[in-house]
Design a protein around this ligand. Structure first.
Ligand SMILES: NC(=O)c1ccc[n+]([C@@H]2O[C@H](COP(=O)([O-])OP(=O)(O)OC[C@H]3O[C@@H](n4cnc5c(N)ncnc54)[C@H](OP(=O)(O)O)[C@@H]3O)[C@@H](O)[C@H]2O)c1
Length: 314
């Protein structure tokens, strides 16, 4: 099968599409033919060897990161953390799925979604795609959606509470806006001029343009401030948070690396009810994965960037 191999740490060009052996499912595993995957920020951070936690934290964390993920290049050579596809075969103990099921999944720290096929344990973060949702719409849900859900749960977001979501146009941000609305909060989103309409369209009650207004002079205060890109200034949240309010930053603990099937099932049910969807910025064919990484490295994607596995139509 074809897979994009991360040959070493570096710029997008270190990704090369090669032929590798097609995996064979174990007794508890399903073999999935991947139709769509994403360029997740986690993929670009690993490829570029950029922890992205802040200058000082990165300096101390990089040596540890080499031990954890590989010295000169990632030990997991096939990147890709999110996918959607069709089950082609199932191991003898598999009960939740049968061949032909359309599924979406997170691969977590095992990566592996930049390939035509992957094997996943049926009990991991894997669910059926709701009817009417395409592979491209389902692929980005697992990681970004679960991350946003975790922060909304951590904030214990309640009806009529005021929440400010900073960086509302990114993957985590667009999911967080929708979830906060689902929990009936009053949502304000912060993004740049070009994304104001997008953030409004996914449910934000109010939008603020960070390129025109630093907001620190606003009189309005919030019960919860969620920084979904880790770029809000400390002055902003100190001035705008109500006494006793909750400030959360996506770069700080999101509740551990291990995602839960229950979290994906919750999002699956919201998708079924038409209350949760992925915002898609651009779709790239698999052969253009280097370009796709270059685009995401720019740091301004709107929602999610999709990689489709079907060959490009000229
Ligand atoms: N996605 C996940 O599943 C996940 C999980 C855990 C942790 N994280 C971490 O969370 C962070 C965000 O991830 P993501 O996937 O949501 O990123 P992303 O989609 O790449 O974020 C891009 C968005 O950030 C906005 N942005 C950039 N600079 C900004 C600024 N100064 N102020 C306000 N908005 C700004 C951009 O909007 P403009 O173009 O308008 O600037 C763009 O829409 C990353 O550090 C990531 O590692 C992500």
């Amino acid at each position: 099968m074809k897979a994009a191999i991360c040959t070493k740490y570096g710029p997008p060009e270190v990704l090369e599409i090669m032929e590798v052996e097609k995996p064979v499912p174990g007794d508890d595993e399903v073999l999935i033919k991947i139709h769509a995957t994403t360029v997740h920020v986690g993929d670009t951070k690993l490829r570029g060897f950029r922890p992205g936690m802040g200058k000082v934290q990165d300096f101390f964390f990089k040596p540890i990161m080499r031990f954890m993920v590989g010295f000169k290049g990632p030990r997991k050579k096939i990147l890709g953390m999110e996918l959607a596809g069709e089950i082609e075969a199932a191991g003898k103990n598999v009960q939740r799925f049968t061949p032909g099921d359309k599924v979406f999944a997170a691969t977590e720290m095992n990566f592996g979604a930049y390939a035509e096929y992957i094997c996943l344990d049926e009990h991991r973060v894997l669910e059926k795609i709701p009817t009417g949702i395409s592979y491209e719409e389902a692929a980005p849900i697992s990681n970004g959606g679960i991350t946003a859900l975790r922060f909304m749960r951590k904030a214990n977001i309640q009806k009529d509470q005021k929440i400010l979501i900073y960086g509302a146009s990114g993957s985590v941000g667009t999911f967080a806006v929708q979830l906060a609305k689902f929990f009936e909060a009053e949502v304000s989103g912060v993004c740049s001029t070009a994304n104001l309409d997008l953030v409004r369209s996914i449910g934000a009650d109010r939008v603020f343009d960070y390129t025109q207004d630093d907001m620190t002079g606003h009189a309005e205060t919030y019960d919860v401030i969620f920084d979904a890109v880790g770029k809000a200034s400390p002055t902003l949240y100190r001035k705008l948070l109500k006494p006793g309010g909750i400030y959360l930053n996506v770069l700080k603990s999101s509740g551990g690396l291990k995602l839960k099937t229950e979290e994906l099932s919750f999002l699956q049910s919201l998708m079924e009810q038409g209350k949760f969807k992925a915002v898609i910025d651009t779709r790239f064919p698999f052969e253009k994965i280097v370009e796709a990484h270059r685009y995401v490295d720019g740091g301004h994607k709107k929602g999610n960037v999709i990689i489709t596995m079907e060959p490009e139509v000229e």
